[in-house]
Design a protein around this ligand. Structure first.
Ligand code: AP5
Length: 302
């Protein structure tokens, strides 16, 4: 049976009205009309009811003026055409990097990790890197003058624009969020990994990195596959019990102000579960998001 999405609206011109979207017939969900391109809808889509049939790549709707059914071919239903813009946040060692590995391998997004960008500067011995290291060693936020442009430049690269991006560990303050918005970077989804503090220290102390593949391991929860990998693993300079407590303090001081700016697009995920289970929740949210974004594009293509 073809999978269908039904959209119904009593009025197409009011931004306060809502559309009933039934992606699976038994699980209706209300999607605000302003999620769609309302300007386009109100000017060109004076519809009573709308049926999108994914398999047929067409859309059928009843015109208000004529009360007749019309149909239109939509450009493409290829899910890969929608570049996602995702932010992932959480306390130190909540599993951001681990989930980013899984997300990027399935969704092919460009992973932009503020911590990795900073560590690259530290390793290069640049002036920015020297300054940044002083703050990182104390578990404090590196000043915006260094971080903001670094992140903005990476998000502006052609690969991020074309494939979409997964921003890890940024923003960590309301000023960073505001700066990003001022450059026109607007996320579709904000993922918050929620992990009790008592688990975090254990995760940090046992974390190891593979300098060859960039993969993240844990001596207990995610041990290296071979002796050869085990022999080359390294530890981050800020991965000590003392330093993670300082990083946690900084996180706790800032997280509420960041969350308040992304409330409407935030999903909170239990990050204490095994990494595959954490990913399953994120994967499902991303699939839903792609479906909604495609529906929006399909409306605009009519
Ligand atoms: P950053 O590198 O971003 O560090 P962090 O935020 O402290 O986060 P981590 O990288 O430590 O942890 P993670 O959440 O990625 O966990 P992971 O997946 O590795 O930042 C470092 C420093 O840079 C900051 O302190 C700050 O000074 C500076 N900085 C960064 N961004 C900045 C910004 N925007 N502004 C200013 N300064 C900034 O997992 C951890 C361990 O747990 C691993 O061993 C993993 O195998 C294991 N694990 C993961 N998931 C699970 C699971 N579900 N079950 C069991 N084990 C798991």
């Amino acid at each position: 049976m073809a999978s269908c999405t039904y959209l119904n609206s009593s009025s197409s011109s009011s931004s306060s009205s809502s559309i009933m979207m039934l992606s699976k017939p038994k699980q209706p969900s209300i999607v605000p009309l302003n999620f769609l391109n309302t300007q386009h809808l109100s000017s060109s889509l004076s519809f009573k009811s709308l049926l999108i049939t994914n398999n047929e790549k067409s859309v059928r709707f009843r015109c208000k003026q004529t009360n007749r059914f019309c149909s239109s071919i939509v450009a493409s239903m290829d899910k890969s055409r929608v570049p996602l813009k995702i932010m992932i946040s959480g306390a130190p060692a909540s599993g951001k990097g681990t989930q980013c590995e899984l997300i990027t391998s399935k969704y092919d997004l460009v992973h932009v990790a503020a911590g990795d960008l900073l560590r690259a500067e530290v390793a290069a011995g640049s002036d920015n890197g020297k300054q940044a290291k002083e703050f990182m060693e104390k578990g404090q936020l590196v000043p915006d003058e260094i971080v903001v442009m670094m992140v903005k430049d990476r998000l502006s690269q052609p690969d991020s624009t074309e494939k979409g991006w997964l921003l890890d560990g940024y923003p960590r303050s309301s000023s960073q969020a505001t700066e990003l918005q001022s450059f026109g970077f607007k996320p579709d989804l904000f993922i918050l990994l929620d992990v009790p503090q008592e688990i975090l220290v254990d995760r940090v102390v046992g974390r190891r990195l593979d300098p060859v593949t960039g993969r993240i391991y844990h001596l207990t929860y995610s041990p290296p596959e071979t002796e050869e990998i085990a022999a080359r693993l390294t530890q981050r300079f800020d991965d000590t019990e003392e330093k993670v407590k300082l990083r946690l303090l900084t996180h706790n001081q800032n997280i509420e102000s960041v969350l308040s700016m992304f409330e409407d697009i935030t999903i909170k995920v239990d990050g204490s579960l095994p990494k595959e289970d954490v990913f399953a929740t994120i994967d499902s949210a991303l699939s839903d998001l792609i479906e909604k974004k495609n529906a929006t594009l399909d409306m605009a293509a009519i």
